[in-house]
Write a protein that binds this ligand. Structure first.
Ligand code: MRU
Length: 336
């Protein structure tokens, strides 16, 4: 991804490996600070994923794949590393998919590199297919950060936007701030700014107003896990955007690589939803905003039923709502 840093333009990935060390952009401190961290062992890899130093389903998967490769290079017990990594965040399917791929391979280092390259290539294809949905002067709404930070490079929901921008289309992106962790305001806006793509950050609860006003042509979001019937788990708040989009006739698309499809989840209700610390809701930047004694709930994701989704942008092309079950059945059969 293009990063403007210290007056220079540089290319970075969200996570990569150098020798026995994993390196990553610390997503907790963006956009104020651009810091590269080193992950030296399984414990640090688990902490990086849990604390959201690295985040977004494909980037979590890539970090876990590298952590398995690192454990192999350090002569550690791979089954133990796999178990520890699987306990970090429960919703992103890519995490479990990536760990099992590397665990079952004869060359964990080569497998991890191959896996990460395949994620980047899938994102490129998502961008290539998804670009056709964006007309010149399109106004797009996105939720959370499904950009390069979340998927090693290029992005899932942001991939069609990047590609359309590169091919000279003029776009405007409405960026949901995405409470409580503000991935939209902090990370998506940072990526769009680095690319020079016009954007406006809106409070999460303003999205309905802009759809009602006819300001939004299309919604594109990412996914953390896709069930076999096309239901989608994504950042909490996605569900209400999808329902409102349907009400106002705004097309709603979900972009994801096939590694996000969970062949074991028949319906969205079978997807585990991460509950995070209530402090993330009760505090902003470490300062309490709620009365002492008030409690909060903090589900990190919600489920958008397939009936609210107009289409799915994958590395294989754009799948319409009617075709998604058949597509997933083929996909699952192919990977068995
Ligand atoms: O809690 P996060 O920041 O890891 O959640 C990320 C999302 O919900 C993204 O939309 C999703 O992982 C898709 S990323 C390409």
């Amino acid at each position: 991804m293009r990063v403007l840093y210290d007056g220079r333009v540089e290319e970075y990935r969200a996570v990569w490996m150098e020798g026995k060390k994993i390196k990553c952009i610390d997503q907790r401190v963006l956009p104020e600070n651009f810091v590269i961290r080193e992950i030296k062992n399984t414990d640090e890899a688990c902490k990086a994923i849990k604390s959201m130093m690295v985040r977004g389903a494909p980037t979590i998967g890539a970090t876990a794949a590298y952590a398995m490769a690192q454990a192999y290079l350090l002569g550690e017990d791979l089954a133990k590393t796999a178990n520890a990594l699987k306990k970090t965040r429960p919703t992103a399917h890519d995490l479990f998919h990536a760990i099992d791929l590397v665990l079952n391979s004869s060359d964990p280092v080569e497998e991890a590199e191959k896996y990460v390259e395949s994620i980047v290539e899938r994102c490129r294809l998502i961008g290539k297919h998804g670009e056709s949905l964006l007309n010149d002067h399109a106004h797009i709404l996105t939720h959370c950060n499904a950009g390069a930070l979340a998927s090693v490079d290029i992005g899932t929901a942001l991939a069609p936007i990047r590609m359309a921008h590169y091919s000279g289309k003029s776009l405007h992106v409405y960026v949901d701030e995405t409470r409580p962790r503000l991935q939209g305001a902090r990370l998506t806006a940072w990526e769009l700014k680095n690319e020079g793509i016009e954007h406006t950050i809106i409070a999460d609860n303003a999205a309905g107003y802009y759809m009602w006003k006819g300001k939004i042509d299309i919604v594109i979001v990412g996914a953390d896990r896709v069930a076999c019937n096309g239901d989608v788990a994504n950042k909490v708040g996605t569900l209400e955007k999808a329902v409102i989009a349907k009400e106002f006739g705004v097309k709603f698309y979900v972009a994801f690589p096939s590694s996000t499809v969970d062949p074991k989840a028949k319906f969205g209700a079978e997807i585990p939803i991460e509950e995070r610390d209530e402090k993330e809701v009760l505090e902003i930047a470490g300062t309490r905003i709620a009365p002492e004694g008030s409690r909060a709930k903090n589900p990190a994701f919600d489920i958008t039923p397939a009936k609210y989704i107009d289409g799915y942008i994958t590395e294989y092309g754009i799948i319409d709502a009617c075709g998604i079950k058949k597509f997933i059945t083929h996909l699952v059969a192919k990977t068995k």
